[in-house]
Design a protein. Structure first.
Length: 118
């Protein structure tokens, strides 16, 4: 299983970025997928997850600003991030669940850095 993130970068507060995660070697369409982030000195946290049917969950800190989506034809997961804040600065990781029914992140991408400047 390989997960490759892209789309990170440096953006000013209030700006937008869209992250992508291309999956291979994995039955993408039937599994739950998620985005996590880890800021310096902090634990990795779940940002958002999406089921195979498209239903989504968000951390309170990003609700209304971030949108997770998936393309089961392209085997790609996305995270649209709008109204970015300095506190969104972190390394963002894509994760793939080992289960269809539950979100159990087992496979991880290498991470992509998102830096939001004031």
């Amino acid at each position: 299983v390989q997960l490759v993130e892209s789309g990170g970068g440096l953006v000013q507060a209030g700006g937008s970025l869209k992250l992508s995660c291309a999956a291979s070697g994995y039955i993408f369409s039937s599994k739950q997928m998620g985005w996590h982030r880890q800021a310096p000195g902090k634990d990795r946290e779940l940002v958002s997850k999406i089921k195979s049917d498209g239903s989504t969950t968000y951390a309170d800190s990003v609700k209304g600003r971030f949108t997770i989506s998936r393309d089961n034809i392209k085997n790609t997961l996305y995270l649209q991030m709008n109204s970015l804040k300095t506190e969104d600065t972190a390394v963002y990781y894509c994760a793939a669940s080992s289960s269809t029914l539950y979100y159990i992140p087992m496979y991880w991408g290498q991470g992509t850095q998102v830096t939001v400047s004031s």
